[in-house]
Design a protein around this ligand. Structure first.
Ligand code: ZN
Length: 569
């Protein structure tokens, strides 16, 4: 291994810091300027690590140095120790594993429900009833009683039915939201307020589910839920109180995300209020992760103001515009060319027509916006690719990177078209492990082509990973285990042909995530000039039993050289 003098290292570091990578971002409020040419010594060094850099030429090093929030040197412990000055902080990693910070490319962090909502992620009907009853006792008449994080297939004595909700809460309208975000369960009072009876027909883009007797079961899917949006009373909060809660929620969820090793998270559908929550949390110094903001509601206003994808700084950046073209994988409503197992007439639900997809894709593409269209089923992925091919043909762009959110069920023809259009799929990365009880509804054959990380890599597509939290858990080490083993929590294998290696999973979780937001030159690996985002793990995922990767502890997380989480003493 070559050895450098301290002076040579510093010159190299200073050059890199003031070079192209640094020019990509803005200065950040409250953070000291980096890249001053007379920099003398690092702010921080990490020594004695087993550092997986995710850089092809130097994949494994022992140590690195940080200044002004960026890596300025990486190499052997002896080399880096030479750089230590009087004011340099030193982390002795004591042989622990270090990786770049993890990047979740599709998530819905809010934190408000986690702080204030009724958690219905419960395992029995009685527990769900009790949680709702308790909330109803403190809720004024006429107001909704709402639960979140419900998971239908994890209820031992399910299925949950409308009549269960009626028993618990007869007078208020009740809405129990599935963690997947595409289905909700309502009580009879809610149906009455909305004027829905057992004879109401399903709309083309939604469903009022019926039980065996033809009565409303309580479950309502996709856009059929819109009838409930204008009935009952919801909001008891003043605007300032709601804004404060949104900021508190963001700070809370940011703490939880960071504790799992996430340093960057793409918000897959930010509303106006959500943008304000990020801003408020950031200004208050409470945001611990970097956010790439795929917007929904505020798109027109931002576009009219001349803003486009990439605007912002290294903490908060405007991403693409987000649309939803079909149903859900976890709630079994995605639109496929083949039916669900045991339901020969059920091919899932489309929520946008081909024409609608063409229109929104053209609008985004021609205004220099990235677009991310939620498309789980192969039918929907085909429709989205039709639109991407059309706009790229008419208005070519060298590196547009339109995204296919989830992109769950693929085949070789779709994979080739994804490759040819330079599109970015963002498949679920914790689902195989966490949602195992749902996969029999797709069947073994389909599962060989779902959440297909291996196939994407085989086709040369730099695929990232995504939790979609709340639908899936966001822990990246669970994600790595899930992608490496393709086993669920009971040890059943789903789609074994899609297994990838730990090294591939690390790339998925880091540099490929950075690429999905056009930031692979600023983050996603441990390299001189890049943002100093990294995690320390107590064990090496290459060496533990693959079935125990999720149990590896995150010991320390740093974002831009700042500690955002630590259990180091
Ligand atoms: Zn989502």
């Amino acid at each position: 291994m070559s050895s450098y003098t301290r002076k040579e290292f510093l010159r190299f570091g200073a050059m890199a810091v003031s070079g192209t990578a640094f020019a990509a971002g803005f200065e950040i409020e409250g953070q000291e300027a980096a890249g001053n040419d007379d920099a003398r010594e690092p702010d921080l060094v990490l020594l004695n690590g087993r550092v997986y850099t995710v850089e092809a030429e130097t994949p494994l090093v022992e140590a690195f140095a940080i200044k002004g929030g960026r890596f300025i040197a990486a190499g052997s412990t002896d080399d880096i120790r030479n750089l230590v000055g009087a004011d340099t902080d030193v982390i002795d990693a004591e042989g622990m594993t270090v990786t770049p910070g993890f990047i979740d490319t599709h998530c819905h962090p809010s934190g408000v429900n986690e702080l204030y909502g009724v958690n219905t992620n419960l395992r029995t009907v009685a527990d769900i009833q009790a949680a709702l009853r308790e909330k109803a006792m403190e809720t004024p008449p006429g107001y909704w009683v709402s639960g979140f994080m419900f998971d239908d297939t994890k209820v031992i004595d399910g299925p949950l039915h409308r009549t269960h909700l009626d028993v618990a809460v007869p007078d208020h309208p009740v809405n129990v939201a599935h963690r997947g975000g595409h289905t909700n369960w309502y009580n009879s009072t809610a149906f009455q307020l909305a004027g829905i009876t057992r004879d109401t027909p399903d709309p083309p883009d939604g469903r009022f589910a019926r039980d065996a007797d033809g009565n409303l079961s309580g479950m309502v899917a996709e856009n059929a839920r819109q009838v409930f949006s204008t009935v009952g009373r919801r909001d008891q909060l003043a605007a300032t109180e709601r804004r404060d809660r949104a900021r508190e929620g963001m700070a809370h969820i940011s703490t939880l995300l960071t504790a799992t090793g996430l340093t960057s998270v793409h918000d897959a559908g930010a509303s106006r209020d959500k943008l304000v929550a990020y801003q408020d949390a950031f200004r208050a110094g409470e945001l611990r992760h970097r956010a790439y903001l795929m917007v929904r509601g505020p798109f027109d206003d931002l576009r009219n103001a001349g803003i486009s994808t990439g605007f912002g700084n290294e903490w908060l950046r405007i991403g693409g515009v987000k649309y939803i073209a079909d149903g859900s994988a976890s709630e079994r409503t995605m639109r496929m060319s083949t039916a669900f197992e045991g339901k020969p007439d059920d091919f899932g639900i489309s929520t946008m027509s081909q024409q609608e997809i063409h229109e929104v894709v053209e609008e985004a593409h021609r205004h220099n916006w990235q677009i991310g269209v939620h498309a789980n089923g192969d039918v929907t992925i085909d429709m989205v690719l039709n639109a991407y091919e059309r706009v790229l043909d008419r208005w070519p762009h060298p590196d547009r990177r339109h995204r296919i959110e989830h992109c769950s069920l693929v085949n070789p023809r779709l994979l080739q078209r994804i490759k040819d259009t330079g599109s970015i799929p963002t498949p679920f990365w914790t689902y195989v492990h966490f949602h195992g009880e749902k996969w029999p509804e797709y069947g073994a054959e389909k599962m060989e082509w779902m959440f297909a990380h291996r196939s994407f890599l085989d086709f040369g597509i730099p695929v990232p990973g995504a939790s979609d939290y709340t639908p899936g858990p966001f822990e990246p080490l669970m994600a790595i285990q899930s992608m490496v083993t393709r086993k669920d929590f009971d040890g059943r294998v789903w789609g074994g042909s899609q297994r990838i290696t730990v090294d591939q999973a690390l790339r998925v979780a880091t540099i490929h995530g950075a690429r999905a937001s056009y930031e692979e030159r600023v983050k996603g690996s441990i390299a001189v000039g890049k943002l100093a985002d990294f995690v320390i793990l107590d064990r090496d995922p290459h060496e533990v039993n693959p079935d125990e990767i999720k149990d590896i502890k995150v010991m320390h997380t740093m974002v831009g050289g700042r500690t955002t989480y630590s259990r180091l003493s």
